[in-house]
Design a protein around this ligand. Structure first.
Ligand code: HMG
Length: 406
């Protein structure tokens, strides 16, 4: 039997609260249509002071294990992609190792390249399994970020926060990925960056859009060169989604590379891309997780209908690097997706007022300096209660524990 490797389980973690972009538009004196249609985002998830990439990653990973029937003890590799790390040295993967109770015989690390960090982890996990290093074990790949731009800046409506956890294994039940077949592109540019002293990203917005499209053309061109002439076409394509309109622009560019004129390229959007943008429009940019929120959205909407069909995946990280690769939706994926209830965390999130959003943003700077309670527990326990960042101890160690029910 052909050996297949890919994503066996997937789950999201999002903050408790979100800002409705109609509220942001009213506060900033901008027509709501600019954010809803011009940017293509309806809500953005906002992380509170006790929510950070560690808590979001832990929530997503717990769901991925709990709902798919897999055991953390089967994990031999845990990679966390993030560009909003909580420590310059200790990786989020180490916090997760403790919180989830992963085995001690486990390779754990964090990867960074802007929004591409999660894809770097995923492709590494595929190679780890294909090389034989896994010896039957699975990999846990988590993408976790809190996307922040300065209040009032053009980037503000493109914030978001969340995590996507993926369990990668042989004979995956969701999507089989093509191993060793991707198109890459890299270039040294300053389209988006975040200085070490700042929690907010800096960006040259219009340049970043151009760099993304150039990277797409480069990576897709490379990938396409190795496609056999009679290859089965991609039924759907998921793009990195900093905001929905960007994916729409990307799809137009890609299909024009395929030889379609602009109108014909746009005509394929509804069938090939639209369903992958439903969840991103409710969460906003999750940086490393954005492509995989798009994949979750596609599977949530259509897994049963597209079982056995090919899906393209485009990952972009500012700075910049990009990769285009593809996979095939596994037979039976629809049934598992129904069990995974992928959008449940999004349904459970509550609408913040503008005042609550602004209070969270202004508390941000001090959030990492809060003192942890002296009796904070360091382990997760068996309960389904969410994990919270409790503060730092006297040596600046970050302490996590179970959230206190409100
Ligand atoms: P802006 O100044 O709001 O841009 O910044 P705009 O004035 O060009 O407006 C945006 C769109 O809204 C335009 O449509 C307008 O026509 C439309 P487009 O020409 O693009 O099709 N518009 C309206 N539509 C309906 N009704 C209206 C209306 N008014 C205007 N009334 C920008 C937009 C994205 C640049 C800004 O939000 C930004 O800087 N965001 C952050 C950077 C970003 O997301 N870049 C994306 C590519 S880079 C990337 O994806 C990597 C990243 O995820 C980071 C990483 O890798 O780590 C960011």
């Amino acid at each position: 039997m052909r050996s297949t490797i890919g994503i066996d389980s997937l789950a999201l973690g999002v903050p408790r609260g979100h800002l409705d972009l109609r509220d942001l538009a009213a506060a900033r004196g901008v027509p709501a249509s600019k954010y809803l249609d011009g940017i293509g985002t309806h809500r953005m998830a906002i992380a509170a002071a006790d929510e950070d990439p560690v808590t979001l990653a832990a929530s997503a990973a717990r769901r991925a294990f709990a709902l798919s029937g897999l055991d953390p003890k089967e994990i031999g590799l845990c990679v966390v992609g993030t560009e909003t790390a909580v420590d310059h040295s200790k990786p989020i993967a180490a916090f997760l190792h403790g919180l989830l109770g992963l085995p001690s015989a486990c390779r754990i690390f964090e990867t960074k390249h802007a929004c591409f960090g999660g894809t770097a982890g995923l492709l590494n996990a595929l190679d780890w399994i294909a090389s034989g290093s896994a010896r039957g074990r699975s990999a846990l790949v988590v993408c976790a970020d809190v996307a922040r731009y300065a209040p009032g800046s053009p980037g503000e409506p493109t914030q978001g926060a969340g995590a996507v956890a993926m369990i990668v294994s042989e004979r995956p039940r969701l999507i089989e990925l093509d191993v060793g077949r991707s198109g890459a592109y890299a270039r040294d540019v300053h389209d988006f960056w975040r200085p070490l002293h700042s929690k907010d990203a800096a960006v040259d917005g219009q340049l970043s859009v151009q760099c993304y499209l150039d990277a797409l053309a480069g990576a897709y061109g490379e990938w396409r060169r190795d496609e056999p002439a009679d290859a089965e076409p991609l039924a759907r394509t998921c793009y990195h989604v900093p905001y929905g309109k960007m994916a729409r622009k990307a799809h137009r560019r890609r299909r024009m590379i395929d030889g379609l004129d602009e109108a014909s390229a746009d005509a394929t959007f509804a069938a090939e891309v639209a369903s992958s943008l439903l969840l991103p429009a409710q969460i906003g940019n999750v940086y490393t997780g954005s492509l995989y929120v798009a994949l979750a959205s596609l599977l949530h909407a259509e897994a049963r209908a597209i079982e056995g069909q090919r899906v393209g995946l485009f990952s972009y990280g500012s700075g910049c690097v990009a990769e285009f690769f593809a996979g095939r939706v596994a037979a039976g994926a629809g049934e598992l997706v129904a069990r995974l209830d992928l959008d449940a965390p999004v349904r459970a999130s509550t609408r913040l007022t503008m005042a609550e959003y602004e209070a969270i943003r202004s508390a941000d700077a001090g959030a990492d300096r809060r003192a942890a309670p002296p009796s904070a527990a360091l382990h997760l326990g068996a309960s389904e209660q969410p994990v919270a960042f409790l503060g730092v101890d006297t040596a600046d160690r970050r302490i996590y524990g179970l959230a206190t029910p409100s």
